[in-house]
Write a protein that binds this ligand. Structure first.
Ligand code: FES
Ligand SMILES: [Fe+2]
Length: 574
């Protein structure tokens, strides 16, 4: 079963033992490492040189039975890799931040120098969650809130308040068993990356492996459409979301009526293997059957990166030709002067769930920022782009979690459960084969999480829960959180204004009416309070209008507030 591999098979049994004794002192841990443009470029350049180009025939063979992967002997290690765990702009340096990766909880925290550290979310004393502790910014330490033990950035314990004297405290702190387990971290393209390996070689291995940040991400101007990153915890298994973004022919149907996609204008696309990188993934060329439409290239760089790019290289290059053709491809646009691409970093968090960091970029043919796109970017707040992103996601949401549940319930065998007779599914089949041939058949979640029952339990969600925007995104997004609290403040202020204005209008109108009919019946003090000596009686009309306008603002603000939580999806017919 794909999702039920024993972690011991992949050597994690040993790694788990190491977790109890491992402690990295001093230089053993690399801290946050700002990624330099040339480092990523050099890594990708080397990657291109090492790749073997494989052209597949233009036939509609059944990709279920066609073997397109040649590096069957090579293996991919899920733990010896960089994973993006959070957008740095969304982390709170004043406190511990909890994240989950490969079924394990981690705590991210910033030390005195502002470097982001990642520890296993367990205190070595008695397993309290460090993510519920405190950060001592001045001393650059994380503090377990259960008994007050303190840890510095490399995991070393610096204080045990229960020790009776300094000597016994020093002895206990010198023990490796007193240390928190620190993982290598790096910062690149606005994301925090973690190397979730507990082997003694983790520091050296991670230092020798470049963070997979694409060159176009080095320039903020090329990623304008969705803000820097759209982060979302998705209630679908990692493999199901990877399939989804490798599947260009679902878009016109699943997203019909959104962002210009139209199922009635669907043009099928042929997926041709362009490069087989063995354990390092593959590249597929997407060729529309309509010669007037342009295709693209799907890049799969495991474990987390999937891109839809205009060209076959990881780094899009300036394009000189104006003619149209399959190699001159631009996803999502027919303007011959516009290049664009989609970038998805997808990290498996727990069985049935993954975390997406997605963005898109637009440039002219010389790979320079587009002025019109920049205007669009600057004009639209990031939170609006994120809300619109949810509207787009909704077309897939209803399918993927349910499909992931069926998949494990049916035994987790894609050959048995899928019927994929066209080459439109070729990249999905290639990914499934990559999992089998290079990646141990599945994600090495901890042993106690193995099995279909964990996936089914984690995906046992109501439609409302499966599409809950707040828990999956807003609570982690600095832009949306700020917009939500402003919206709530506007709603509350508008409600208070409406109540006060309508009450004042009613009072003024009733006092005026009473005074006109029977002046003696209105006490003098009421005339003073309600009408400021009678002068405000004439304001009953304007107060009424103000009250109604404020009530309208309140209703709109509450509707907007709702969009940060949930919106029922209605699929337009096609
Ligand atoms: S459990 Fe953390 S200090 Fe005791
Ligand atoms: Fe957001």
């Amino acid at each position: 079963m794909l999702l039920q591999q024993s972690s011991t098979i992949r050597g994690l049994g040993k790694a788990t033992e190491l977790a109890h004794v491992r402690c990295i002192h001093g230089a053993g841990v690399r801290g946050v490492r700002p990624l330099r443009h040339h480092a990523a470029h050099e890594r990708l350049r080397r990657c291109r040189i090492a790749e073997v180009k494989v052209e597949s025939p233009v036939t509609d063979k059944n990709p279920t039975t066609e073997t397109e992967t040649s590096h069957t002997a090579d293996t991919f290690s899920w733990t010896k890799a960089w994973y993006p765990v959070a957008a740095v702009e969304n982390l709170d340096a004043a406190k511990p931040n909890k994240v989950t990766l490969l079924g394990k909880d981690y705590v991210l925290w910033a030390d005195a120098a502002g470097q982001w550290r990642c520890f296993e979310d367990r205190c070595p004393h008695r397993l309290a969650t460090l993510s519920d502790g405190l950060v001592d910014k001045q001393r650059g330490e994380i503090v377990c809130a259960y008994h007050g033990w303190r840890f510095q950035g490399d995991g070393k314990c610096t204080a045990i308040p229960q020790a009776l004297d300094a000597t016994s405290a020093a002895t206990a702190c010198a023990s490796k068993r007193s240390c928190a387990t620190a993982l290598p971290t790096a910062e690149g393209a606005g994301l925090l990356w973690v190397w979730p390996d507990l082997a003694p070689t983790a520091a050296a291995d991670s230092a020798a492996t470049a963070v997979p940040v694409l060159p176009q991400l080095q320039d903020d101007k090329l990623v304008p459409l969705q803000g820097r990153w759209m982060t979302r915890d998705l209630p679908y298994s990692w493999d199901f979301f990877v399939e989804n973004v490798m599947d260009p022919t679902h878009v016109d149907f699943a997203h019909h009526g959104v962002a210009g996609f139209d199922a009635t204008k669907f043009v099928t696309q042929d997926l041709r293997l362009h490069q087989d990188r063995g354990p390092a993934g593959f590249v597929y060329q997407v060729v529309p059957s309509d010669p007037h439409k342009r295709g693209s290239y799907i890049h799969f760089n495991p474990p987390s990166l999937v891109t839809l790019q205009p060209g076959p290289d990881p780094e899009p290059r300036p394009q000189q030709r104006k003619s149209r053709g399959a190699d001159d491809a631009r996803p999502g646009s027919e303007d011959p002067n516009v290049l664009s691409g989609l970038i998805f970093y997808i990290a498996p968090t727990k069985p049935g769930w993954c975390r997406l960091h997605g963005t898109s970029w637009v440039a002219d043919r010389a790979m320079q920022p587009l002025k019109t796109a920049s205007l669009f970017t600057n004009a639209m707040p990031t939170w609006v782009k994120h809300i619109l992103g949810f509207e787009f996601f909704a077309g897939d949401d209803v399918f993927l979690g349910a499909a992931a549940k069926k998949y494990v319930a049916e035994g987790g065998d894609w050959r048995k459960s899928y019927y994929t007779p066209t080459r439109a599914d070729a990249a999905i089949v290639a990914m499934r084969k990559w999992m089998e041939n290079h990646a141990g058949g599945g994600i090495p979640f901890p042993e106690h999480m193995q099995g279909a029952s964990t996936v089914l339990a984690n995906l046992n969600l109501t439609p409302r829960q499966a599409m809950d925007r707040y828990s999956q995104h807003v609570q982690h997004c600095s832009h949306c959180k700020a917009a939500l609290s402003k919206t709530q403040a506007v709603a509350a202020a508008a409600l208070a204004t409406a109540v006060a204005a309508l009450a004042a209008a009613c009072l003024a109108a009733s006092v005026r009416a009473t005074a006109a009919l029977s002046p003696a019946a209105v006490p003098g003090w009421l005339l003073g309070v309600a009408g400021a000596g009678g002068q405000l009686f004439g304001l009953a009309g304007p107060l009424l209008l103000l009250g109604l306008a404020a009530a309208g603002v309140h209703v709109v603000a509450k509707k907007l507030e709702g969009l940060f939580h949930y919106r029922e999806f209605t699929r337009p017919a096609f």
